[in-house]
Design a protein around this ligand. Structure first.
Ligand code: ATP
Ligand code: MG
Length: 426
């Protein structure tokens, strides 16, 4: 139903001070209530605003990632105006869209928006409805108006005051608090309509996946490496993952676990190419021919060599692992140094300075934790030495490796890699 509303003018505005703004009496004027479903999501980004000349590149990538994350929720439309994205989507998909967008790196916050005609009465009425959505008696509020459309006859402070007065004259028990309000009603006056919103849902922050480059994640089935992968994605790295498995010692359940971890990471970073590399032969040979305390360090050195060759073939210039300094014997500074020694690609370890508790907290927050703690053996847990070396001698490791058919082992491992595309589970 259309309301006939007396157009406002400055006289009426000024009369507010005298308390005579009866035109805003919600009780007398409101004859119909508009429906209160948002059909738009307003998306704000943060850090990418700082990227100078590269800005369009960042913005385009974020646009692509937003569209990608919404696949399956068609029809939708993503547009970009004045440094913000707007997603138009069917009402029934709105909640699912919000949930997905909360996993898109680069997004700082999301607001469900209520578009309203460019008519002051409609705006006031919608502001009241919006407030009613989270009303409790005695609630404090503030109205913040941004007038992008300078043809709209009321400057922002006037809209604030008129809409504020309208709300105060409603039958709700409300107070204005400009400093610390319980609810902020935002009104954006745009070219064709006004946008109202009050809710600001935090996004994950970070940079859009893909803007900083690509990398290969060494993904075990443990708690740490998925978190390391998530942190790489957060800084804009597009990932492929490499997992070493040791059939028949490790079973299908261990592989499902890794695939599920990839599905989870894919919800944050788009589809992930997962490489499954057979490690049984390598482990057997190392165990047979090398001193026991060195087993883990030697295994890591072979893993990295395989990873480097795969990364080079896939044009991935950097390797990520889930090591954290001092967490286990193979993660002493000395071990990390001799493990790095065998490759020339950079090996980045996003968790290097985090305590286990901090890593676990992140794993819980991103929901990798329940997958990671499924009790299926990883290839490395099968051959744990009783007294692993913590201060390895690079020379002794090289001597031990001379006893291995290293080249053949690596070549055979690479030849037998199985590659899968893992899509996000929505
Ligand atoms: P995670 O929880 O990630 O398994 P962790 O604390 O158990 O880590 P390690 O088992 O020493 O530590 O592994 C260190 C890192 O080596 C892992 O974070 C991961 O990046 C890599 N890694 C270990 N095992 C594998 C594997 N089977 N496949 C691929 N990468 C692995
Ligand atoms: Mg592990």
């Amino acid at each position: 139903m259309q309301l006939q509303f007396v157009p406002l003018n400055y006289t009426i505005w000024n009369s507010r001070k005298g308390g005579a703004a009866n035109i805003f009496s919600a009780k007398t004027q409101v004859k119909a209530e508009t429906s209160m479903q948002p059909v738009l999501l307003l998306i704000r980004y943060g850090e990418i605003a700082l990227k100078g000349k590269n800005r369009p590149f960042f913005e385009n990538r974020l646009l692509r990632n937003i569209e990608e994350s919404l696949k399956g929720l068609e029809p939708f439309q993503v547009s970009f105006r004045r440094g913000r994205y707007y997603v138009k989507i069917d009402e029934e998909n709105l909640y699912a869209a919000q949930r997905r967008l909360r996993q898109v790196f680069g997004i700082v916050s999301i607001s469900p928006v209520f578009p309203v005609k460019l008519n002051l009465e409609e705006i006031c009425r919608q502001a009241l409805q919006l407030l009613k959505n989270s009303y409790k008696p005695g609630m404090t509020f503030k109205i913040v108006t941004r007038r992008a459309n300078k043809n709209f006859p009321y400057p922002s402070p006037e809209v604030n005051n008129l809409a504020g007065t309208y709300l105060l004259k409603s039958n709700l028990e409300l107070k204005v608090d400009v400093h610390n309000p319980e609810i902020v009603i935002n009104i954006e006056i745009r070219e064709k309509e006004a946008y109202l919103y009050s809710q600001i849902i935090p996004g994950p922050g970070g940079l859009p996946v893909g803007v900083t480059g690509k990398g290969l994640l060494l993904l075990s089935g443990g708690i740490d490496s998925p978190v390391a992968g998530w942190m790489a994605l957060k800084r804009g790295i597009e990932l492929e993952a490499l997992h070493f498995h040791s059939p028949p010692f490790t079973g299908d359940n261990a592989l499902h676990k890794v695939e599920d971890l990839c599905q989870l990471l894919a919800a944050y970073g788009g589809n992930i190419t997962l490489h499954l590399a057979p490690f049984t032969e390598i482990q057997k040979e190392i165990r047979l021919r090398c001193p026991e305390p060195m087993l883990i360090t030697l295994m890591r050195r072979v893993m990295l060599r395989v990873a480097e060759r795969l990364a080079t073939a896939r044009k991935l210039p950097v390797i990520f692992t889930g090591d954290s300094l001092g967490q286990v014997a193979s993660q002493t500074l000395e071990n990390l140094a001799v493990i790095n020694e065998v490759v020339s690609l950079p090996v980045l370890r996003p968790l290097i300075g985090l305590d286990k508790e901090e890593i676990v907290n992140t794993a819980r927050r991103i929901e990798s934790y329940p997958i990671s703690i499924r009790p299926f053996d990883d290839c490395c847990t099968l051959f744990i030495p009783r007294h692993p070396v913590t201060r390895p001698s690079a020379e002794a490791l090289r001597r031990a490796e001379k006893k291995l058919p290293l080249e053949e082992l690596i070549a055979s491992c690479l030849d037998n890699i199985e590659t899968k595309q893992i899509e996000a589970l929505r």
